[in-house]
Design a protein around this ligand. Structure first.
Ligand SMILES: [Zn+2]
Length: 168
């Protein structure tokens, strides 16, 4: 049970995938991904079976937490009342450095997260874009539960950056 911007969050005992994921992230203090014990590939979301070889055996593998914004949106109208004071905020699809293009071209480890300033408030839209380098930061979601979020890193982008509303 937790509180997120005044909204009650429940971590169900029956949640066999995300609850242990968040518990492991919190316990280690760093980002982890489910790793297949058979083929060795990491996966996200942390489902019970490997999507490539179907093995049910796995463990938690640590990742660097560094990645690139693969896609993003700017939320200007909050659906949830608790987030009304946060708009505009960034929801990004972050591709981690590990396993880019594996096991097939176009595959990768990607997760959805907010992009935040160091003070925990939403990052400015002008600093976000496809191709911008980011790094994970663990934000306290509730007592004893940390949620992986991201912040813009000091690393230069690998190529050009695409942003909404910017004519190229
Ligand atoms: Zn596998």
């Amino acid at each position: 049970m937790g509180d997120f911007h005044g909204m009650e969050i429940v971590f169900a005992d029956t949640d066999s995938e995300f609850r242990p994921y968040l518990e492991e992230v919190t316990r280690r203090g760093r980002l982890v991904m489910r790793q297949c014990a058979s083929c060795g590939l990491l996966r996200f979301p942390p489902g019970s079976a490997c999507p490539w070889c179907m093995s049910l055996d796995g463990e938690w593998g640590e990742v660097s937490g560094k990645g690139t914004i693969y896609s993003y949106e700017v939320v200007t109208q909050a659906i949830l009342s608790g987030l009304a004071g946060q708009v505009p905020y960034i929801v990004a699809l972050v591709e981690l450095d590990e396993q880019r293009g594996k096991p097939r071209e176009g595959d990768g480890l990607r997760l959805v997260a907010n992009v935040l300033k160091p003070d925990g408030t939403p990052e400015d839209e002008a600093r976000v874009g496809i191709g911008v380098r980011v790094e994970v930061v663990l934000a306290e979601l509730a007592d004893g539960v940390n949620l992986p979020q991201f912040r813009v890193s000091a690393e230069a982008p690998e190529g050009s950056v695409w942003r909404y509303g910017v004519r190229r």
